[in-house]
Design a protein around this ligand. Structure first.
Ligand code: PLP
Length: 373
């Protein structure tokens, strides 16, 4: 067998749909000594983590924690705990991730009522209202606030209000929105929400912050059937994340990953979450001006564009893979390809977390112009 040496990844600039570049402060935090996940010092850090997540999500929800797995596990945590066999769930789909919500509903033994919008458009609240009127027995409305596959931002506040008016709970995907776009869990009354560490928090992938409001907790407590997932069953996870002095082993926490998320959230607090939202918007405006100068047009209509995920149509006659390949080879720059129905048709350029910077905007525009000319 040939001798395999240590893995040394190249230095890249990550301007795709995520992961985004991890800030050096976060990488340094993750390299700190591993201690036991029941060590009192670690437990103190967990309490701080909860306060920091409260700050980022703008909530006081007691049931707020980082799931020890990526955003998809945060998604599953919401569905397997809140959806029971026989439930009816209205699922809004305007891209790839709404489709995954449907899968989650059906695998939970429930029926998904689909509200579909064109990819690239936000979820249409009128269609949600119609679905709610047609299905008064629906229990939950699920939607993606920031659809990473297209770059569309949906109106989470309005959809949540419509759902509540009909007595439904909401499950919100905030994987790409947390830290990058306005998000008010308590003020909007969001019942269940999940995010990811690897987008606008500039943290390494693999953790999924989640938060559950009082009505969601009530529904979980009133379940008639046990949650079908052992690992994601919140009633068990809470033995570890529940707080106080009585934390018990549930699974071995990703200790160094949690140091990283803690540091990422400290950095968000230092900057101020509202400032972070504004910085993402300002950098999007700068990138937009450059894209327009290059003749590139946005997929999403103005007013519904995510500042942190800029999708543009690939110009006629341009080889998608060749351009992305050259950007990577010559400049170490990663931009994203289209997903699902949009594969081969669009590029997705991320301005996420500390990657939402003037330096990255200029670098991306310069490299793209050189490769396209
Ligand atoms: N939801 C959205 C909107 C996403 O963008 C992603 C990942 O890109 C996910 C869910 C799944 O997250 P993960 O890849 O961390 O499992």
């Amino acid at each position: 067998m040939t001798t395999i040496r240590s893995f040394n990844p190249p230095i890249r600039t990550l301007m795709g749909p995520g992961p985004s570049d991890v800030h050096p402060r976060i990488l340094e935090a993750m390299a700190r000594p591993t201690i036991g996940h029941l060590d009192p010092v670690f437990v103190g850090m967990m309490d701080e983590m909860k306060s920091l997540l409260h700050y980022a999500f703008r909530t006081r929800n007691e049931l707020t924690l980082p799931v020890s797995a990526p955003g998809s596990a945060g998604m599953e945590t919401c569905f397997v705990n809140l959806v029971e066999p026989g439930d009816k769930v209205i699922v809004c789909q305007n891209g790839v991730f709404g489709g995954r919500m449907k899968e989650n509903v059906e695998r939970s033994g429930a029926t998904a009522i689909m509200v579909k919008d064109e990819w690239g458009k936000p979820v249409d609240p009128n269609k949600v209202a119609e679905a709610l009127a047609a299905h008064p027995d629906a229990k939950i409305v699920a939607f993606v606030q920031a659809e990473t596959s297209t770059g569309a931002l949906s109106d989470a506040e309005t959809i949540t209000r419509l759902a509540h008016d009909q007595g439904c709970l909401v499950i919100v995907d905030a994987v790409t929105s947390l830290g990058g776009s306005p998000l008010e869990v308590d003020a909007w009354g969001i019942d269940a929400i999940y995010s990811g560490s690897q987008k606008c928090l500039s943290c390494a992938p693999g953790l999924s912050p989640v938060s559950f409001g009082p009505r969601a907790v009530e529904k979980i407590k009133a379940r008639k059937t046990p949650c079908q997932s052992w690992f994601l069953d919140l009633s068990l996870v809470m033995n570890y994340w529940g707080g106080g002095t009585k934390r018990a082993y549930h699974h071995t926490a990703p200790i160094n990953g949690l140091y990283g998320l803690h540091e990422a959230l400290v950095m968000l607090q230092e900057e101020g979450v509202e400032h972070s939202w504004k910085r993402h918007t300002d950098m999007h405006e700068a990138l937009k001006a450059g894209f327009e100068a290059l003749g590139l047009s946005f997929v999403v209509p103005e007013g519904s564009r995510l500042p942190q995920l800029n999708s543009v149509t690939i110009p006629q006659g341009v080889d998608d893979a060749a351009v992305r390949g050259l950007l990577l080879k010559r400049y170490g720059l990663e931009i994203g390809a289209g997903l699902g129905d949009l594969a081969g048709k669009i590029w997705r350029v991320g301005l996420m977390g500390h990657g939402a910077s003037a330096k990255n905007v200029v670098f991306c525009l310069t490299a793209l112009e050189a490769v396209l000319s």
